[in-house]
Design a protein around this ligand. Structure first.
Ligand code: URP
Ligand code: ZN
Ligand code: ZN
Length: 481
């Protein structure tokens, strides 16, 4: 006969830490069995005991916006450059940054079958990831058969989110096409994510700046000023209203776009919003560095004038932002990436995007929680839970609850770290945050009960990470608001 003690022996117990979810904080042990959280309580016993005294035990981070292993092509954000990270290096870097799930993109190029594009990304990720992953779909060619067959079928197979672009020559959709995708997504149960920048204005301003010989990376911001993001944000919200379909505005960069979202929410429109570390920690000054080094901080929308950072922080603090993602878009500062056309070329030809999978959570923890701007529970919501909820992973992921996957990051809140590119695990040769001193770091990362990272050491294996299906309820138009 088994004793009560042996019945309660867990595979792993995280002992003595402060457990925090998006709503609660408690001093308790976490018992893990078969990759799931099996108990929360006192004095739990496990075959493996992990001491978390003086540590925070948090849901693993979910980086819900990152780009990995996207093939080269012209007319995209990449401008034909090579992405430095694939699912191996990207997921490794994410894990070292306290993440247990990532949601990169599967991109459909014009003329391509969406189903074939998604199958290709599943191949790229297969057996290479250290942590779990899903895919947002990017639709650049919503032909009738894509809308009637391919998109609903892929959503039904666990891809519950779809990004559309209002800019980039090869990706942008017309307003009418965006309405079609919104309508399809609502019926099939997917959230529409939108990149809101006005293509025509960017193209007109870029031509003008180039004619004036204004080619340096710092002119990237002049080519896509806040007004063109504000206009596109307003238009995107209008399209969402017209289609009566929920929408999430990704990578919101500053005040004027934030004001549009606040106004929409005040009208009762269900608009979700994401921002990223670059809009809290970088500014136009970072685009204006000698030796073309401003290119390292070129992303779209661009980092803004510093005053915008205050507005983005305000949105982080007061709940305007639901999601905090890295928008990791990895290009090396060498001829494979940012310098593909050399260091004298127009900003137009420089790959857009910056790395950030490993630094996203620690930056927010240090500058958000340790400064008192947000509390620990809000941090958990932004770092993990809200992405799980909005993108159809909750309650399997994004929380610490009995029955959830044991996806956990144990943080040392007192650990002082100076960020350098040498300590990071991505395949990019720089970080925009080089030399920044922060406080707090995820020291142990556990994915479905397996320790992936412990005290700077990799214990996990490529292939442990699985594709996770994500589902959201399909909605009739009547359920709008
Ligand atoms: O500059 C950026 N953000 N590059 C990645 C592509 C995108 O639009 O998110
Ligand atoms: Zn985008
Ligand atoms: Zn992106």
């Amino acid at each position: 006969m088994m004793s009560a003690h042996s019945i309660d022996l867990f595979d792993t117990v995280i002992h003595g830490g402060t457990v925090a979810t998006a709503s609660d904080t408690a001093l308790c042990d976490v018992g893990i069995r078969n990759g799931k959280i099996a108990a929360l309580g006192q004095d739990l016993r496990g075959r493996q005991m992990l001491d978390a005294s003086d540590r925070l035990v948090l849901p693993g981070g979910i980086d819900a916006h990152c780009h990995l292993d996207q093939p080269r092509a012209q007319g995209l954000a990449s401008g034909g450059a090579l992405m430095a990270d694939d699912f191996h290096s990207g997921s490794l870097s994410a894990a070292f940054g306290g993440n247990t799930t990532i949601i990169p993109f599967a991109v459909q190029h014009r003329g391509q079958s969406l189903v074939a594009a998604v199958a290709d990304y599943h191949q790229r990720a297969n057996a290479r990831a250290f942590i779990d992953y899903g895919f947002h779909l990017i639709v650049s060619d919503p032909r009738p058969e894509v809308l009637s067959d391919e998109l609903p079928m892929l959503i039904a197979r666990g891809h519950a989110s779809v990004k559309v672009y209002m800019t980039y020559e090869a990706m942008r959709l017309s307003d009418r096409q965006i309405l079609d995708v919104l309508d399809c997504n609502r019926r099939a149960g997917a959230l529409t994510m939108i990149h809101a920048e006005n293509y025509e204005c960017i193209s007109w301003l870029t031509d003008r700046l180039e004619a004036e010989g204004k080619l340096a990376p710092k002119f990237h911001e002049d080519s896509r000023p806040m007004a063109i993001e504000r206009e596109a944000t307003h238009r995107a919200i209008t399209l969402s209203e017209v289609a009566q379909a929920e929408m999430l505005i990704v990578h919101v960069s500053g005040r004027e776009a934030i004001e549009e979202i606040r106004r929409a929410r005040a009208r009762g429109i269900r608009i979700y919003a994401e921002t990223c570390p670059q809009y809290l920690f970088l500014s136009t000054a970072d685009l204006d560095q000698p030796d073309f080094r401003g290119a390292m901080c070129m992303c779209s929308p661009p980092p803004r004038e510093p005053v915008n950072q205050t507005h983005v922080w305000q949105g982080i603090e007061d709940g305007l932002f639901d999601i905090f993602s890295s928008d990791h878009a990895p290009y090396r500062f060498d001829p494979s990436g940012k310098l593909m056309y050399g260091p004298k070329v127009s900003f137009r030809r420089v790959a857009n995007g910056i790395p950030g999978l490993e630094t996203r959570g620690p930056l927010l923890f240090s500058e958000g929680v340790m400064t008192g701007r947000i509390d620990l529970n809000r941090f958990v919501a932004l770092n993990s839970t809200n992405s799980a909820k909005l993108y159809g992973l909750h309650p399997r992921k994004g929380t610490i609850a009995v029955g959830s996957d044991a996806d956990i990051a144990i943080w040392d809140p007192a650990r002082r770290v100076t960020i350098t590119n040498d300590m990071l695990h991505h395949n990019v040769d720089y970080t925009p945050y080089e030399g920044r001193e922060i406080c707090g770091w995820p020291v142990t990362v556990i994915s479905r009960g397996e320790v992936v990272v412990h005290e700077g050491e990799l214990l996990g294996r490529a292939g442990h990470g699985h594709f996770v299906e994500r589902y959201r309820p399909a909605k009739g138009a009547a359920s709008w608001n």
